[in-house]
Design a protein around this ligand. Structure first.
Ligand code: CDT
Length: 300
């Protein structure tokens, strides 16, 4: 049986004044806990090193200076890579990336058990707005601070497992997973920051969690893949975000879910053969898909 020790490191709030060093120490502590539970791969959240800064209106230059990484690893993030090597533990990490030619992306990487970066992804579905909304309780300025990702949805051989990744809002779009499943992904990992309040319409708070979980579950099942999702959650400077980090099997069932809104590790031994059954039978893409009838999806 092919299995993977799969864990999610949910991160409680990161306040505006927290240092990167203090956040990195929290991440490393969760790496040690995940390893002690048999994890081989650990998923961290989106923008894991800082507060979820797109909620604040500021000049682009200021955002870049305060919240973006110019290199990965860097002296500040090096302890995460050192722990990966020491513990023989792969990981996914989300952070704000400023490229050497000055392009800003909401980025994630997959790192293997030898602390080598084997994959990079830049967020494609950027939610929110780019204009100032003074009447809203907070902003969601991903369209202001980030460019649309330019790397597509790729799949990376990570210590013998075909792993894809996406970031937060991407998890709500079926195309995200399907494009990776068509490249034989076995697992999709992702991090998220989901505000508990919808600034666009008056949505009941519980729906924020329902739509999060239903997106993971439906797409895990319909693609025969494992999905592991890590929240940054709780109240960041008074702005609350949902928790409910989860690991979902290819059956669509939630097999692990966080209880708290703080730093919390959840883990499973993921049986990769479960996905193989689905992909051989009901979701045998080569046998049963009818792409000639799906053209509209890429035309509009
Ligand atoms: N970070 C992120 O993508 N959050 C979004 C909030 C959408 S509301 C503008 C999400 O889909 O969870």
């Amino acid at each position: 049986k092919r299995t993977l020790g799969l864990a999610v490191a949910q991160l409680g709030p990161v306040q505006l004044n927290d240092t990167r060093e203090s956040v990195v120490a929290r991440l490393v502590a969760m790496m040690r806990e995940a390893k002690s539970r048999g994890a081989e791969f650990l998923v961290f959240p989106e923008l894991a090193l800082t507060t979820f800064f797109p909620r604040y209106w500021m000049a682009e230059d200021e955002a870049r200076r305060r919240f973006f990484e110019l290199s990965m690893p860097s002296p500040v993030t090096e302890p995460i890579f050192r722990a990966s090597l020491e513990l023989h533990l792969g990981f996914y990490l989300g952070y704000a990336e400023l490229t050497s030619d000055g392009r800003p992306f909401n980025t994630s990487i997959i790192v293997n058990r030898n602390a080598e970066i084997v994959g990079k992804y830049r967020k494609i579905h950027l939610p929110g707005h780019s204009d100032h909304m003074p009447a809203a309780p907070f902003q969601h300025l991903e369209k202001k601070y980030f460019s649309v990702g330019d790397l597509g949805f790729r799949v990376f051989d990570t210590d013998g497992v075909r792993m894809g990744m996406c970031i937060c809002n991407d998890r709500r779009w079926p195309e995200t997973y399907r494009v990776m499943a068509l490249q034989s992904a076995e697992i999709v990992v992702l991090g998220y920051n989901t505000p508990s309040v919808n600034i666009h319409w008056n949505e009941p708070t519980h729906l924020r969690t329902t739509t999060h979980l239903i997106s993971l579950q439906a797409n895990a099942y319909q693609n025969g893949i494992w999905v592991a999702a890590a929240a940054k959650c709780g109240s960041e400077d008074g702005h609350h975000m949902i928790g409910s980090s989860a690991i979902v099997a290819p059956t669509g069932e939630i097999v692990a879910r966080s209880l708290s809104e703080e730093d919390e590790v959840i883990s499973v031994k993921a049986d990769l053969s479960i996905g193989e059954y689905f992909r051989e039978h009901v979701f045998n893409f080569a046998k049963h898909r009818r792409p000639e009838h799906y053209r509209l999806i890429t035309e509009r």
